[in-house]
Design a protein around this ligand. Structure first.
Ligand code: ADP
Ligand code: MG
Length: 262
């Protein structure tokens, strides 16, 4: 028997500018508990809007969204957002607040005691592999881009959410940092038993990290499936998105033969 999805978008629509921009157009998409889903699409395809609808930063015009079987419109948006971790593209850290205060912001809002927050912050810094003593008191501008995103992940996990939504979390990082963070986050997803929806414009990153990939274009969900299933899609845009990783794989196979010295 199929288990009920943890996140279920059903015929969701959202327009802006009095209906002139159809940002999300009749999207139906299920995310299973424990799944890592990547949403891939070009700029303006509706990815961020879809994510913001899930934790009610904005409300849908049509259709419905359910989290653990419960319609999000029936849930208080503030408590909903505390149950769902959110990682922003730029890190979204408060610039005048220390790393510890940024990471502890949600527990502080919930009224957790200072001592408890302090030990939770240490635990979270360990989790995202930032040396406690070195990083606790730093301000965001004293961090590298990768370290800022690690703090953003720690903050998203602070209230022990089951669901984490990530909006192009590693997009602005250099390839090596990005690769390391992606792998580290995927390991956290597995150990903590999270359900993750990650937006990326990079199909290679999506294929390497996610269990399933959803492709968006002009607000429409064009295709979804495991990488091998996407590969069977006859949609020309999906084919176009897959061309780059395929070509990279072929060239790397030639340039870095498996039986080489390294
Ligand atoms: N608050 C808003 N007001 C007006 N238009 C918006 C708003 N948010 C998004 N849009 C428009 O909706 C479309 C989808 O945007 P977005 O979801 O941010 O795309 P993506 O994240 O894929 O780049 C774009 O045309 C964007 O300009
Ligand atoms: Mg976006």
């Amino acid at each position: 028997m199929q288990e009920a999805p943890l996140i279920a978008f059903a015929h969701v629509g959202k327009s802006f500018d009095g209906g002139r921009v159809r940002a999300v157009d009749d999207v139906t998409l299920d995310v299973a508990e424990g799944e890592f889903l990547a949403i891939v699409g070009g700029s303006g395809s509706g990815k961020t809007t879809l994510l913001r609808l899930a934790n009610r930063l904005i409300d849908a015009d049509s259709g419905s969204i359910a989290i653990a079987g419960e319609d999000v419109r029936a849930v208080d948006p503030v408590s909903l957002r505390r149950r769902i971790g959110y990682v922003f593209q730029s890190g979204g850290l408060f610039p005048h607040m220390s790393v510890a205060d940024n990471v502890g912001i949600t527990p502080t809002l919930i009224g957790t005691s200072a001592a408890e927050i302090s030990s939770r912050v240490d635990e979270l810094l360990d989790l995202v592999r930032l040396e406690r003593a070195q990083f606790r008191d730093r301000l965001p501008h004293e961090l590298s881009g990768g370290q800022r995103q690690r703090v953003g992940v720690a903050r998203a996990l602070a209230a022990r959410p089951r669901i984490v939504l990530m909006d192009e979390p590693f997009g602005a990082l250099d390839p090596l940092t990005r690769d390391a963070l992606g792998d580290d986050y995927r390991a956290l997803h597995n150990t903590l038993g999270l359900t993750t929806v990650m937006i990326t414009h990079d199909m290679t990153e999506a294929i390497l990290l996610a269990d399933r990939v959803a492709v968006m274009r002009a607000g429409i969900l064009l295709a979804q499936g495991k990488p091998s299933e996407l590969s069977d899609s006859d949609d020309p845009y999906v084919g176009e998105l897959l061309r780059t990783p395929r070509r990279q794989a072929e060239r790397l196979n030639v340039l870095l033969p498996r039986n080489g010295a390294a």
